[in-house]
Ligand binder design. Structure first.
Ligand code: ADP
Ligand code: MLT
Length: 289
């Protein structure tokens, strides 16, 4: 099978990766955390993770039941750098849920018609009706981070986005929607390690896009756009939750706990749900490096 980006990731590692990134990956074990400053050295053990995950799955089913019964509209934004694990977190979240109740919205690049609409329009159209939840795999925050980094929007368009953003999110809240904004953060060496794994694995190659490959060269531009975006959109009525996601296991549990603990659904087992691990979950101040 021919690969769309034959060897591009390995080539980046060999030729362009910063020295500290290469050094971090050199000889690192697969479950070892390679990001400096990460609060854990190793991934959470799989057996512990699976045990906690299956207990939380039952809580998610209760949440789904309550969302339907109460006519709640729940919106969860999954944001983060390429390979941070948005897709993986969403699939664990929705594993036992009804796809009609918990819809995944992963919008492609805007079509010609969509590009002629108000920027927020196609997202607004996909907001959930009463009794439903929508999980956005990337969101309107593309205009804060990804679009300017790749030149897909103008400075003026980005500025207009930030002017309109607080009013748009405030309207969702005023409409009674529950809005949870999750930012999954990973370190540069971990990102490269995940892309190398995708390059090697025929089951994962589809996850690599031109954006991912080009994005490797744009780490610092991303960092600046992320810092700016989180600072300008961490509203009291719609705050960000940042999750340090180098450890996928802990990150997925934190994602689920964050959502469960922020919705007061009927029958919640508070002792089980607890709070997301504060070592890897906080506000925009939590980001490493
Ligand atoms: P993934 O979400 O799986 O990482 P991609 O890396 O292919 O998907 O794309 C990343 C994001 O960039 C997607 O949300 C996509 O809609 C957006 N995107 C890609 N091309 C454009 C473009 N020309 N204009 C605006 N957004 C784009
Ligand atoms: C992720 O892993 O964060 C998402 O699936 C998006 C990507 O392909 O990077």
């Amino acid at each position: 099978m021919s690969l769309p980006f034959d060897g591009a990731i390995s080539r980046f590692l060999a030729e362009d990766a910063p020295h500290h990134v290469r050094a971090a990956l050199d000889g690192a074990g697969t479950k070892e955390i390679v990001t400096p400053g990460y609060p854990y050295d190793r991934w959470m053990a799989k057996a512990d993770y699976e045990c906690e995950l299956s207990a939380l799955q039952l809580e998610l089913v209760k949440l789904q039941h309550w969302v339907r019964r109460s006519g709640t509209r729940l919106v969860i934004l999954f944001e983060g750098r390429d390979t941070a694990g948005k897709g993986g977190a969403i699939s664990r979240f929705t594993l036992n849920l009804n796809p009609r109740v918990a819809r995944i919205e992963a919008l492609d690049k805007p079509s010609e018609d969509e590009a002629r609409q108000w920027f927020f329009q196609r997202y607004i159209e996909r907001l959930p009706q009463a009794g439903r939840m929508a999980l956005f795999d990337r969101s309107w925050y593309n205009r804060g981070v990804l679009e300017p980094v790749f030149g897909f929007c103008t400075e003026a368009e980005r500025a207009r986005f930030f002017v309109q953003l607080p009013a748009v999110e405030q309207m969702l809240i005023d409409e009674g929607m529950h809005l949870v904004k999750l930012w999954l953060e990973i370190g540069q060496a971990e990102q490269l390690r995940r892309m190398l794994a995708r390059e090697r694995d025929p089951l994962k190659q589809w996850k690599l896009s031109a954006i991912d490959v080009e994005g490797l060269h744009k780490w610092h531009a991303y960092s600046a756009a992320i810092t700016d975006t989180l600072a300008r959109s961490d509203f009291g009525f719609a705050p960000w939750t940042v999750i340090l996601a180098d450890d996928k296991h802990r990150a997925r549990l934190a994602v689920i706990r964050k959502v469960l603990s922020s919705v007061a659904y009927h029958g919640r087992d508070d002792a089980l749900v607890g709070v997301p691990d504060p070592a890897i979950c906080g506000g925009p101040e939590l980001r490493l490096g």
